[in-house]
Design a protein around this ligand. Structure first.
Ligand code: HEM
Length: 397
């Protein structure tokens, strides 16, 4: 491959897998556009990077959340852009509050919600599944976790969309900068209110647990709490939305799948796991080298900005024979959709739960999903890949 691949070119967005297959074969650690990031495309190299935070650090990307036009964006205080020992302390504090009881509390609510939502989906005509199905489930879950009252729910989607575009805003893009600052201020005010209410009157919920959490007698600071709430909006919404979208696309493209899952619900967790391997919502994650090093036979300078391409690692033939085939019978998981190592996704079990319950509700109601009116439009991001709109027709079971 002579020239650099542009990962945001529309044809690459529509189907990036042949491009990554070529990189894995011929240039597994190589610079890509935009920005000359070093793309790591083989499974073994991706895992090696994620296992070694001393050499491939996250903190280097903190600056991306501290541009000259916004000095106190809360994501810059989140653990996603921290290394040990700061990350270790924060993660321990948050882990306490984010354990299995959260899932146990949420499961019946999610189940009831997805059954109602599926029952309300129109049949026999084109519907934008991204809008009417996929976004609704994480929206209700994240609003619950963040303690937002129902009248604030519609704003959460707008917040998630706006914060998700943060790193794409240029230094001269004053209009979008202003919009970002206003949206952050609006969300911050709501989150502040929730925290004050829970301080006064703790409840049986995540925010109260976070306020109570202590490690060695130390609590989360106000800035850390705020950073975590913003991180939840960014990390928990769009990712899960696209897990739902990719599941629906698979049902569209393999019409017999819904019947197979309806006949045997015990296959659904395997379906979710294979979707996560085959179409991981998080396509790439960032790291920066802390010293000169070598990876996959390539010398990297200190300060090299790396893109660990999870979607490519998950299609690596060396790890997954027949990797380009969606295979429900694949022994699993051993995949990397939620990252690996110290930053392993905190919401992985919750995302799996949402997908499992959502899939159960879909296959119970519908026999198949066929293409609807209009094209599928893909988003533009180096981190998350998914459709902006997904026209489908649902057929009753
Ligand atoms: C299908 C859905 C999801 C996918 C594919 C996903 C993927 C990921 C990945 C790849 C990372 C690692 C980032 C890195 O190493 O730099 C991560 C981290 C994280 N995720 Fe998720 N995620 C999903 C859903 C969620 C949900 C539902 C939540 C919360 C409710 C969540 C919360 C987090 C948090 C807090 C981190 C940061 C952990 C740390 O820095 O230690 N994620 N996620």
């Amino acid at each position: 491959m002579s020239s650099r691949v542009n990962l945001l070119a529309p044809e690459v967005r529509a189907n990036p897998y042949p491009v990554f297959a070529e990189l894995r074969r011929n240039a597994p650690v190589s610079q890509v556009d935009p920005g000359g990031l070093w793309a790591v495309t083989r499974y073994a190299d991706a895992a090696a990077v994620l296992k070694n935070p001393q050499l491939f650090a996250s903190e280097g990307f903190r600056q991306a959340y501290r541009p000259a036009w916004f000095s106190d964006y809360p994501m810059a205080d989140s653990m996603l852009v921290m290394d040990p020992p700061h990350h270790t302390r924060l993660r321990a504090l948050v882990n306490r509050a984010f354990g299995p009881p959260v899932l146990t509390r949420l499961e019946p609510r999610i189940r009831q919600f997805v059954e109602q939502l599926a029952a309300g989906l129109p049949t026999g005509r084109s519907v934008d599944f991204a809008e009417e199905w996929s976004v609704r489930i994480p929206l209700i879950v994240m609003a619950d976790l963040l303690g937002l009252s129902p009248e604030v729910h519609p704003r959460l989607k707008r917040w998630a969309d706006t914060f998700g575009s943060f790193t794409g805003i240029g230094p001269n893009d004053t209009e979008r900068q202003e919009h970002m600052r206003a949206t952050v201020a609006e969300a911050r005010q709501h989150f502040q209110q929730v925290l004050e209410e829970r301080r006064r009157e703790p409840r049986d919920d995540l925010m109260s647990d976070l306020l109570r959490a202590r490690v060695d007698g130390e609590a989360l600071t106000d800035a850390e709490l705020m950073g975590f709430m913003f991180l939840l909006v960014v990390a928990g919404m769009e990712t899960t939305v696209h897990l739902m979208n990719h599941s629906a696309i698979r049902f569209r493209d393999e019409p017999e799948l819904m019947g197979r899952l309806r006949a045997d619900h015990s296959l659904i967790p395997r379906f979710v796991e294979e979707i996560l391997r085959y179409e991981p919502p998080v396509h790439g994650i960032f790291r920066v080298t802390t010293q000169e090093t070598e990876l996959g036979g390539v010398r990297l300078p200190k300060g090299a900005r790396m893109l660990v391409v999870l979607c490519s690692a998950n299609r690596d033939e060396a790890q997954f024979p027949g990797a380009d085939r969606f295979n429900l019978d694949r022994p699993g998981p051993q995949n990397l959709p939620f990252g690996h190592g110290i930053h392993f996704c905190l919401g992985a079990q919750l995302a799996r739960l949402e997908a499992r319950l959502g899939t159960e509700a879909l296959v119970t109601r519908f026999s198949r999903l066929s293409p609807g009116e209009g094209p599928v439009r893909w988003n533009t991001s180096l981190v998350v890949r998914g459709p902006l709109s997904l026209p489908l027709v649902a057929h009753p079971a």
